[in-house]
Write a protein that binds this ligand. Structure first.
Ligand SMILES: NC(=O)c1ccc[n+]([C@@H]2O[C@H](COP(=O)([O-])OP(=O)(O)OC[C@H]3O[C@@H](n4cnc5c(N)ncnc54)[C@H](OP(=O)(O)O)[C@@H]3O)[C@@H](O)[C@H]2O)c1
Length: 300
């Protein structure tokens, strides 16, 4: 299949590109700088401009992951980039898709479980209404921009991605240093639900969405068994053989990260109902085997 991708240089994009290439797909990458290797590429800055038409002509599928990183201190400028790189970028992409005489069959667009905001112990499915605050507002606008492609006859799948556990980046890379030094511990009171997913399942779900023509709309990309932060902490200590007795106080996080601290403090107990009903079988449904795969003795 001919597939155009954005955000291909990122933590998820890199893994996805390898899998798609292994499967023999023909890829064209849109991004701010040329990736290594011989893959075909067109420059695009999602904040500033429309993507070049020729990068999208002939594509049978588009996978859109680009967006300013969220896990950084939210100054007013950073918040603006987080929003515009997603909302303006997706609007511009969809506008060009709509102008093509032959359009791709499917647009797979990244979104995030940040859509749900703070939910305590409530279960969140794809039918749950959005939360309140900066991240839910961005996610609502971001999804709306992608969904506009439906008016052009394009199947749109919105992948609401959870906390991705994978090597070389993402949440684990940020969480691990204190645990490795033996000073890891729960965050806040440790009761907040963390809806994690192994990176292989995020990629697996995107491939499933490419092939499964009945799938459309929001799809929660989270493992079927989310855990409380205290359970994640215990599992990390167990896999790394380190103590986990040093809690991180909520106040310290708020001082260190400001408003962004909410991404580790918010409680989101998400269920991947659409993925499971559509026949997707998670490779890692439970946390411990996922962590053992990523951090077991051979990878530590
Ligand atoms: N990883 C997670 O746990 C997680 C969770 C929920 C949602 N998501 C969403 O999934 C998508 C991919 O995640 P990821 O972890 O792979 O992200 P990432 O490593 O930060 O990569 C995102 C890509 O977006 C492009 N980008 C970054 N800043 C940009 C800006 N200011 N303007 C335009 N493009 C920009 C970059 O591509 P180029 O440099 O090639 O242009 C970058 O490689 C993101 O939209 C993210 O919000 C991820």
């Amino acid at each position: 299949m001919k597939i155009t991708l954005t955000g291909a240089s990122g933590f998820l994009g890199g893994r996805l590109v390898s899998r798609l290439m292994d499967q023999g797909h023909t890829l064209h990458i849109l991004g701010r700088s040329r990736p290594k290797g011989a893959v075909s590429f067109s420059p695009w800055n999602a904040v500033k401009e429309e993507p070049p038409r020729e990068a999208l002509e002939g594509a049978e599928a588009v996978i859109h992951l680009a967006g300013e990183p969220v896990a950084q201190r939210w100054t007013p400028e950073v918040k603006e980039r987080i929003r515009t790189s997603r909302v303006n970028g997706t609007n511009a992409l969809v506008k060009v898709l709509g102008s093509l005489p032959v359009r791709p069959k499917v647009l797979i667009a990244a979104s995030a479980i940040g859509f749900y905001g703070e939910r305590g112990d409530d279960l969140c499915t794809e039918a749950t209404t959005p939360g309140t605050g900066f991240l839910p507002e961005v996610c609502v606008e971001w999804e709306k921009s992608a969904e506009a492609a439906r008016a052009f006859g394009i199947r749109v799948v919105l992948i609401r991605i959870g906390i991705v556990l994978g090597p070389n980046g993402g949440a684990l890379e940020k969480m691990l240093p204190p645990f490795r030094m033996g000073v890891g511990g729960v965050i806040g009171d440790g009761r907040q639900w963390m809806s994690w997913i192994h990176v292989d399942d995020v990629v697996g779900l995107m491939l499933h969405a490419l092939e499964n023509q009945s799938l459309q709309g929001p799809v929660n990309a989270t493992a079927p068994r989310p855990v409380r932060n205290s359970e994640l902490t215990k599992a990390l200590g167990r896999v790394l053989h380190r103590p986990t007795i040093f809690p991180v106080p909520t106040l310290a996080l708020r001082v260190l990260y400001g408003e962004m601290a909410q991404i580790v403090l918010a409680s989101q107990r998400v269920e991947p109902i659409v993925a499971q009903r559509s026949g997707y079988v998670f490779r890692y449904a439970d946390l411990l085997p996922a962590l053992q795969d990523l951090l077991g003795p051979q990878t530590r």
